[in-house]
Design a binder for this molecule. Structure first.
Ligand SMILES: *Cc1c(COP(=O)(O)O)cnc(C)c1O
Length: 395
């Protein structure tokens, strides 16, 4: 374990020590229920929660009352999509999303289809981008929601959220944006981009796991979603259940750090990601997947042709990397994101995702490049498929 180089930050990030420090009092002395405002220790917990709400709101340019705490992005996605579908049925049952969304969005849409929703899954271009003309053309009079992510979790490709938001506004359609990968990597500001609802998750930006939030715009017209969980009046009746105070406080602390050092962290990760891609460019028959001019600074998705991601990972026991996303990497299915971008199943199976964080070091990247290059050369030398390819018998 001690030599492990962790390049799987799109799955989860390590906790920032300052975040842990901010959380500690709420795991010990300040343990009270934030709803127990009849006593001082309860009010102290409630103050911790409200401070975090302000910190998180500041990170995205929202106001605190627009933030609902959840157990993570998945819950926020379920709350938003199911809530909007339920509340806007009189307007229509059509939802527009994209084939490369996270499974939390796609599976929720599949569920809603069973409830009677009609869902359009927009295709993407080979570089993972969406066509705004195709989006415009797919809008129907009964479209109630556009659900499109800020940045893709497998390739880092950024969607043109500003344009999408404008199209949604123009057509009087709600826009939900899964910004889980974007927070702490690029600027997300709902005062600049009129996103109606947005989800995020603390463990993707060096906060604790099991806590996230849903932003719901309250300024223009009120958006109705109702609750997903019932059983208490927490979170303005929108999310019942005792608040996870230490985790919420941690998310607030992580938000402050993410905002204050965004530019510095962006430049740092971008430089390391370039170092990684440059280091791996000596390997033959590789391809970087996704639009490289419009993407997050910390993700690189690379195909190593004629190999299986699985065998490459087995050959690299000191690297924590992923094929596809963590949520699907247990499956044998090739990545739905890469398939949507037009990769053949064998190419998708030959692809690895490297995701960096502000804790990744240049030395780690150097070591990783060396290990990867060696592993791939060894695997290819042993591979009958590679021999055939070298002999010109494969294309
Ligand atoms: C991680 C992730 C999620 C799920 O977040 P959880 O808080 O772990 O439920 C959703 N969408 C994207 C894009 C993600 O990267």
């Amino acid at each position: 374990m001690d030599e492990l180089i962790y390049l799987d930050n799109a799955a989860t990030t390590p906790l920032d020590p300052q975040v842990l420090e901010a959380m500690m009092p709420y795991l010990t002395d300040r343990f009270a229920n934030a709803s127990s405002t009849t006593h001082r220790v309860g009010r102290i917990a409630a103050e911790g929660v409200e401070r975090a709400r302000k910190q998180l709101a500041t990170l995205i340019g929202a106001s605190p009352k627009e933030i609902t705490f959840t157990s993570g992005a998945t819950e926020a996605i379920n709350m938003a999509l199911k809530g909007i579908y339920r509340h806007y049925q009189s307007k229509g049952k059509h939802i527009l999303t994209c084939q490369t969304e996270h499974k939390a969005v796609l599976d929720t849409c599949k569920y809603l289809e069973k409830q009677g929703a009609e869902v359009t899954y927009l295709p993407v271009n080979p570089d993972g981008s969406v066509s705004l003309a195709a989006l415009d053309a797919a809008i129907r009079p009964d479209t109630v929601l556009i659900a499109m992510m800020y940045a893709n979790n497998e390739t880092g490709v950024l969607h043109p959220v500003g344009e999408i938001a404008r199209i949604a506004t123009k057509n009087d359609i709600l826009f939900f944006c899964d910004a889980t990968q974007a927070l702490g990597k690029v600027e997300v500001d709902v005062t600049q981009t009129p996103i109606d609802m947005l989800c995020l998750s603390a463990h993707k930006f060096h906060g604790p796991k099991g806590v996230g939030a849903l932003y719901t715009r309250r300024k223009r017209k009120p958006i109705q979603t109702g609750a997903l969980l019932h059983g208490g009046s927490q979170e303005q009746n929108l999310r019942a259940g005792t608040l996870n105070v230490p985790a919420i406080v941690g998310m607030g602390a992580a938000a402050v750090i993410a905002r204050d050092a965004l530019g510095k962290h962006h430049a740092y990760m971008n430089a390391l990601r370039n170092q990684l891609e440059h280091g791996l460019s000596v390997i033959a028959e590789t391809q970087t997947n996704g639009n490289i001019t419009s993407r997050l600074p910390n993700i690189s998705n690379i195909t190593f042709r004629h190999l299986r991601a699985q065998e490459i990972m087995v050959a690299l026991p000191h690297l924590a990397i992923a094929s596809g996303s963590a949520c699907v990497s247990g499956d044998r299915e090739p990545s739905h994101v890469l398939l949507a971008m037009g990769l053949k199943p064998e190419e998708a199976h030959a692809s690895l995702r490297f995701s960096l964080s502000r804790y990744t070091t240049s030395d780690e990247i150097m070591t990783a490049c060396k290990q990867i290059t060696e592993a791939i050369n060894t695997l290819r030398q042993k591979s009958p498929v590679w021999q055939l390819f070298q002999a010109g018998l494969l294309d």
